[in-house]
Design a protein around this ligand. Sequence first.
Ligand code: ATP
Ligand code: MN
Length: 465
Amino acid sequence: MKERERLRIKELLGGGVAEGSDVSVKGWVRTKRGNKNVAFLAVNDGSIIHNLQIVADVEKLDNELKKITTGSCIAVSGKLVTSSGQGQSVEVHADSIELYGAAPPDSYPLQKKGHTLEFLREIAHLRPRTNTFGAVFRIRHAMAFAIHKYFNDRGFYCLHTPIITGSDAEGAGAMFHVTAFELDRIPRNSDGNVDYTQDFFGRSANLTVSGQLEGELGAMALGKIYTFGPTFRAENSNTPRHLSEFWMIEPEMAFYEISDNMDSAEDFLKYLIRYALENCSSDLEFLTQMYDRELTERLHSVVEKEFVRLTYTEGVKILEQSGQPFEFPVGWGIDLQSEHERYLVEKHFRKPVILTDYPREIKAFYMKQNDDGKTVRAMDVLFPKIGEIIGGSQREDDYVKLKTRMKELSIPEKDMWWYLETRKFGTAPHSGFGLGFERLLLFVTGMTNIRDVIPFPRTPKNAEF
Ligand code: ATP
Ligand code: MN
């Protein structure tokens, strides 16, 4: 059978193939049942959450059937017919079955259904074969595609910013070092410090924590750009919302002020969620049924509601007056915890909130300073169940102010001269934001642990697969 003749189960179940056609399908057996005359195989090929039922005559195909168990991979040729069974429109009556690979039942970890998500994390190499992870990873793909489409349709250019960066001042968290030194023989200067001039890049290098700074360079030439790449943070934050390696989408727009930036973030999120509702319905239905009864409803509600916009100062006031016993006490100047963010979103407003104008002391050096001398034009988008999903700001475009702020924070100009030069040569108002891809996926899939929305999660003490 030629591979190009194979039909995907999505196409067969979609009704586009005439009944009575001879078809061939390939996939993994999810269940096998039957009696001494006839066998029923539920086959899944990853194209859709639903399985295709294969009906096989035991007398005719016993040789193959004997070897087939849950997890086996098979190729089937047969006739597409209307199904008399429940829950499926069509099935295939097999003329021939070829066994590609067996899966011995005594050792195949997915032999039985109903494993916990924790257990499935330990078999990250096999968990894509479950309904749950099939659904999650198909949605992940759909969201990645929608992101490129959204920006492309609106005149943004995709800019690939570097993964290895020479700067360690990106301001978004602890970094992983990149070196070609042999770790037990690191050259040192006479003063005992590491001699990076002998290292691969002739200087210290790190994995990026954000593509933003380079993204800004792109925006100052191409107008509107976005990055979509992996970022790395060496923080020991073992939470259900943090990964050590995660993907981030960072648009950066010349001539956008903070309010344009907010409009843009809101429109972008609504577009993506609408896209999921329109294009991932069978996977969303499954996840709603299995994990989160309110999922579909919550997605609709976010698309329909206007996000609340208020300042950090107003937000803190609401929290102070809430009478809620927060684990972390609230006061002007604190970095809001996810419990605070979720109170505002889930209890107080019951819709997404864009919080702006944060104290400058808790935000990055590059954010545009307000005239009050205390706050910066930051904006965080806060979502139900998630807390912060987007962090962004209008950027400081004044050369002197930016340089002064960097000095105050001891950010070495020798590492960041190139960034400063955008303000020296043809500076312009501009803004941007970062959307954590896996945070978006948590929201869209209803999963509650970020380790379950990325194929191979990297977290402290975990990088096996
Ligand atoms: P948080 O306060 O939640 O730790 P942050 O303020 O460090 O996040 P930013 O530096 O503003 O986050 O990053 C932009 C976006 O990237 C965040 O809004 C969030 O969606 C996502 N993000 C940040 N850190 C992580 C992480 N460790 N794992 C997954 N996503 C993350
Ligand atoms: Mn942030």
